[in-house]
Design a protein around this ligand. Structure first.
Ligand code: NDP
Ligand code: HSE
Length: 436
């Protein structure tokens, strides 16, 4: 059978990874797909740059539309990134009846509803396994392998760069900026690395996971997002003393009143498997009613791990080329007319435990004032750690772990604690999840 012809947009970290993996494993891939998969044309901005992959036999251009418009091409692989040219090219490909594979989570999170609607009209598939969790087949697992379950919640370390930074800072005492530069040179970081460290990339990915887990439209703008830039070594140390690790998590939880969608640093008991996921590795823990808890682990970024997911999508799309479009796996796991608009809860309605750290005068009654405020707001204390002031200093450090509480109550408690004359600075708060 004739090879499926692929047009590649982008020859950067992932694009070159795809070229290498397809070339190295071409026979295995053809045995699985039922026919060979060949990249025949590729685009990048600058054709004079030397690439980390063998481009012989591939026609090159610096005009992305030349690839998309090439009538020979069956599947367009978008690995440019961003939401401008990538959006234009994906829509252009769909309008020409071409299938699309992309690793672009920003594009799917922001424009996925529109893209999938257009793809359905045109009877084509837009596959995006690489958009979440790099090489972990998490989209396929949730969309297909857990199709018999009602999913209750999921929590994931879903940004490789952020996890790499936190792990290196904790284990080797390295500086934030230094580790971020290394993540960039290893090809893990986004073109704009604030997407990684401010939680935006994780929020894009959580948007996608929540949609396929709960059958809701993609709604990135409703995700509460905090990054990792405010985590201090002091908090990492206190958390460890109390038996926790700080991880940057994306959490989606179904509650009776709606859905929690939040991305933020989180204390997790150190004995949980997910608390021990370090470096560029990602992991997603999914709690579903029939199967219970399942954990998906693997490299969350990097050229060939991501290429692994892109190529798997190419194989899936190739296999489905002859399948009636109405009988393909729906883009967002649920049939488009069965998506439901569950309410996304405001962050004040989230329910979680907390780690609080504050500085307070080292004199009798101070701790009692703080515990009374918490008690008045029905916030139970699970643990307290107090460190006496260092020589010549007057303030003690107090760390408190609370039981789960509505966030709005905690906001009020913090407001009252910060207003006490005996407390200094502001109260540091980090949410805590037991994930049990
Ligand atoms: P890179 O920046 O390494 O590569 C982007 C490529 O797009 C470059 O080859 C660039 O050309 C090309 N490009 C940019 N603008 C144009 C244009 N106007 N026309 C044609 N080509 C253009 O990005 P990555 O490979 O890291 O990421 C690609 C996508 O994959 C992004 O959406 C990213 O979020 C996603 N992703 C990345 C992962 C990773 O580990 N890196 C993991 C999972 C997803 P040139 O090289 O000439 O500048
Ligand atoms: N910048 C992303 C990360 C790439 O570090 O996780 C993978 O999506």
């Amino acid at each position: 059978m004739e090879a499926v012809k692929v047009g590649l947009l982008g020859l950067g970290t992932v694009g070159c990874g795809v070229v290498r993996v397809l070339a190295r494993n071409d026979e295995e891939i053809a045995r699985r797909a039922g026919r060979a998969i060949r990249i025949v044309r590729a685009a990048s901005r600058d054709l004079s740059v030397s690439r980390d992959c063998d481009l012989s036999g591939i026609a090159l251009t610096n005009r992305a539309q030349d690839v998309v418009d090439d009538p020979e091409i069956d599947i367009v692989v978008e690995l440019i990134g961003g939401t401008t040219i990538a959006y234009e090219m994906v829509m252009r490909a769909i309008d020409q009846g071409k299938h699309v594979v992309t690793a672009n989570k920003a594009l799917i999170a922001l424009y996925g509803n529109e893209i999938f609607a257009r793809a359905s009209e045109q009877g084509v598939t837009v596959a995006f396994e690489a958009a979440v969790g790099g090489g972990i087949p998490i989209i396929k697992a949730i969309r297909e392998a857990l199709a018999g379950n009602t999913i209750e919640w999921l929590a994931g370390i879903i940004n490789g760069t952020g996890n790499f930074i936190l792990s290196e800072m904790r284990d080797k005492g390295r500086d934030f900026e230094d580790v971020l530069s290394e993540a960039q040179s290893l090809g893990y970081a986004e073109a704009d690395p604030t997407f990684d460290v401010e939680g935006i990339d994780a929020a894009h990915k959580l948007t996608i996971l929540a949609s396929i887990a709960f059958g809701i439209p993609l709604q990135y703008e409703r995700v509460y997002t905090e990054g990792i830039t405010r985590i201090t070594r002091e908090d990492v140390t206190y958390a460890a003393e109390l038996g926790y690790r700080i991880k940057h998590l994306g959490i989606a939880r179904r509650r009776d009143s709606g859905i929690e969608l939040r991305v933020h640093p989180t204390l997790i008991p150190h004995r949980r498997l997910i608390a021990n996921v370090d470096g560029v590795m990602n992991a997603v823990l999914v709690r579903a009613d029939a199967v219970g808890s399942t954990l998906y682990y693997g490299p969350g970024a990097g050229a060939e791990p991501t290429a692994s997911a892109v190529v798997a999508d190419l194989v899936d799309v190739t296999r489905a080329l002859t399948v009636d479009p109405n009988n393909r796996v729906p883009h967002l796991a649920f049939h488009p007319d069965s998506l439901i608009d569950l309410q996304v809860l405001p962050i004040g309605e989230a329910v979680t435990a907390y780690y609080l750290r504050l500085r307070a005068q080292d004199r009798p009654g101070v701790l009692a004032d703080i515990t009374r405020i918490l008690g008045d707001l029905s916030i139970s204390i699970e643990a307290v750690l107090q460190r006496q002031p260092a020589e010549e200093a007057t303030d003690a450090s107090i760390v408190i772990i609370t039981a789960a509480v509505r966030e709005a109550n905690m906001d009020e408690a913090i407001r009252r604690i910060e207003a006490l004359e005996t407390t200094a600075d502001h109260v540091t708060r980090i949410r805590l999840e037991n994930l049990s």
